[in-house]
Design a protein around this ligand. Sequence first.
Ligand code: CP3
Length: 344
Amino acid sequence: MSELMSQSLFIRAANGEKTERPPVWLMRQAGRILPQYRALRQKFPDFKAFVKTPAAAAEATIQPVDELKVDAAIIFSDILVIPEAMGLDYEMIEAKGPRFPKTIQNQEDINILRSGTEAAANLEYVYQALRLTKQELNGRVPLIGFAGAPWTILAYMVEGGGSKTFSKARKMLYAEPLQAHALLQKITDTTIAYLKQQVAAGADLIQLFDSWAGELAPAHYQTFAIPYLQQICDALPEVPKTIFAKGAWFSLEALGQTSCQVIGLDWNTSPMFAREKMGGSKVLQGNLDPCTLYADAHTIRQETLKMIQDFDGKHIVNLGHGVYPDTPLDGVKAFVDTVRSYES
Ligand code: CP3
């Protein structure tokens, strides 16, 4: 990492240094909240074509930096590029979400998947988007790379899309645990190769999104999630790592023992509770309820300030999950501006 980036507010905070104010960014900051994103999106008939066009992906990545003045950019892509690179194709259905025409149902389905560097070689368009973004950012803010956590990717590959219960994916953990481990290992090997290439292409920090962590029983999170997250963190010593495990308040102790630097919290978990479970070693990221941003500017400001005080340092400001696409831009700006003008 360049000297410039290691001295940036965001990277200093991620490394646990005391900073003049906490840095701020939003999960899903590139997207439909921005009019300039909606205009760019119109040029692409489907989302996947957009993701696979590096110049467009770089533009979408930089839009929130220009418009909102956030302290980090996150590469415009999706967590589902990994299953696709492994050989399991998906469609993004407008206003509904992802759907996999074929799903993973048995050992044979797992055997034929590509993995590791062979699979990661199919994601050259992401590396190119990172290089282009890096160039165009020209050192303004650090660039976050990301991937889905292995359990969340398994859930999509087995369910074929989102789900109310994730019962097919959870069933696999009970009925075919060896298959589950085989699939998780293939996803992990691919994710490691992918993230190493992201770092080589310029990512300054890596975030792992475990969006469906909260669906698992604590013992299952320990067996089927933590060891794979740990492998990924251990494989990327060059950059700070963030784990955002949504709904996994019950696993904070275990997450606190992984080798990541930052733990993302959702809005159901107070920073006081997280500190009680994990101690003070990790930096915490989060965790305003995204719906706060529908309130008036005064309320947003009060809630944001209260949150910063509750975290009491070692904090990267964010929402407790991705910003909702219909959030008023003024609400997002009230949030970011409150943090940017914060004086401790
Ligand atoms: O600023 C950013 O964070 C943009 C990059 C980004 C996207 N998806 C772009 C996107 C990131 C980091 C993601 C992560 C992602 N994708 C997650 C993990 C985070 C989370 O929200 O828990 C998950 C579960 C997905 C899977 C996914 N992608 C779903 C369920 C959907 C449909 C729902 C939706 O938001 O429309 C997507 C589509 C998607 N990914 C869009 C964007 C901007 C919307 C596509 C559009 O423009 O129509």
